[in-house]
Design a protein around this ligand. Structure first.
Ligand SMILES: *Cc1c(COP(=O)(O)O)cnc(C)c1O
Length: 380
């Protein structure tokens, strides 16, 4: 028999998370998560899910009936959109200006579809003119897929303009809003987004592991008219909807699909409730304001931003590592001496940039002040 290992309870330190996610979780959200677990078909839990759905609809600014939280992180939200909507042999125009656009391309290939890639430089927004050219060159394309807020570089793309182009060319849109939701303006219905996914651990400041997703009626029609079943059983939304649909007083309609992550859903409910109480527009403004404060301090230290101001994300600040500075060494000192986490560069920016997140609960003056003070001291 294998001897029982003697291991102490895990007690993480209290860090300040200013990387690309997870972000600092609201204390109220951590408290919500530790409340008693109840059955996932308990009428009280079902009523909580109904509220959660309306909170997700508010955050996305959509009245889409098919709006829910996938029981897995943002990557599963991405996969949910591709495996449900795209069928083998179809053509998808995929915009790639960082790590997550490339992941979209891989998702397209894995469902047996063809990805037409529109490349833009790392640190640049997706260029609508390039997308328009691709749409014209491929009139048989069925989808346009792009990342609204590219967390690997800190660039914000014009989702409204890109969706308008897609509509003109009869394409459905698949939009990654993992980092944008709650941090910058996002209007799913007004902009005509067909399929969108996000994550709990970025600007929502919830615990990691859940992915809010919404499909427009046109996306639902596409799903219903599939010629083949969705390849993934777990992510098949035609099955999941049996659990998320129905109402508290119509419990019979809800059928077991998988055991919902009950406590994590309490946490998401609380984080979205906090967002609704603050108001979306106020939250967007707070992120913009905190970016301005950070920017002044960063530029005061002589550090340059990667992304041009016109397309820069307030919640994800990619900055060039100053000449002659030890990337990993600085991040280690910040973590050990200040309990502060900032993000390393990813992909083409690995070793060249740091990524400073101002996400959700983390977009506060105290955090900006701590980050600037710590960076100044460590760099000196
Ligand atoms: C973080 C992130 C993802 C992946 O989310 P996970 O929760 O880590 O799976 C996808 N897209 C973007 C833009 C992200 O920032």
């Amino acid at each position: 028999m294998l001897a029982a290992p003697k291991i102490n309870a895990f007690n993480p330190p209290r860090r300040t998370l200013m990387g690309p996610g997870p972000s600092d979780v609201y204390p109220e959200v951590l408290a919500a998560q530790s409340r008693p677990t109840i059955g996932h078909l308990d009428p009280l839990f079902v009523a909580m899910m109904d509220e959660l759905k309306s909170l997700i609809q508010y955050a996305f600014q959509t009245s889409n009936a098919m709006t829910l939280a996938v029981s897995a992180p943002g990557s599963a939200g991405m996969e949910t959109c591709f495996v449900n909507l795209v069928e083998a042999g179809e053509k998808v125009i995929v915009c790639r200006n960082g790590v997550f656009g490339e992941r979209m391309r891989q998702n397209v290939e894995r469902v047996g579809a063809t990805a037409i890639v529109v490349d833009n430089e790392w640190g640049e927004a997706v260029n609508p003119a390039d997308v328009e050219a691709a749409l014209k060159a491929h009139p048989d394309a069925k989808f346009l897929a792009f990342v609204h807020a590219e967390t690997s570089t800190g660039a914000l793309s014009d989702a409204k303009a890109l969706c308008a182009l897609a509509k003109q060319h009869n394409c459905l849109t698949i939009v990654d809003a993992v980092t944008s939701l709650g941090g910058v303006e996002l209007r799913v219905d007004e902009w005509g987004i067909d399929a969108i996914y996000s994550g709990s651990q970025k600007c929502l400041s919830c615990v990691p592991g859940l992915s809010p997703v919404s499909f427009s009626p046109a996306a639902v029609d596409k799903l219903k008219s599939r010629k083949t079943p969705v390849q993934s059983w777990f992510l098949d939304q035609t099955l999941v909807m049996g659990y998320w649909s129905g109402t508290a007083d119509n419990n019979a309609k809800r059928s077991y699909h998988h055991t919902a992550p009950v406590n994590a859903l309490y946490a998401l409910h609380e984080s979205l409730r906090l967002l609704a109480n603050e108001g979306l527009e106020a939250a967007w403004q707070r992120h913009a304001d905190m970016h301005q404060v950070l920017k002044q301090g960063i530029e005061g230290l002589g550090i340059q931003f990667v992304v041009d101001e016109s397309t820069r994300l307030p919640q994800l600040n990619a900055v060039y590592i100053p000449e002659g500075i030890d990337d990993a060494g600085v991040r280690k000192l910040l973590l050990e001496n200040y309990n502060l986490e900032i993000g390393a560069g990813l992909g083409a920016l690995a070793g060249k940039a740091w990524r400073i997140g101002l996400m959700g609960f983390g977009a506060r003056r105290e955090n900006v002040a701590l980050c600037l003070k710590a960076l100044e001291e460590v760099l000196n």
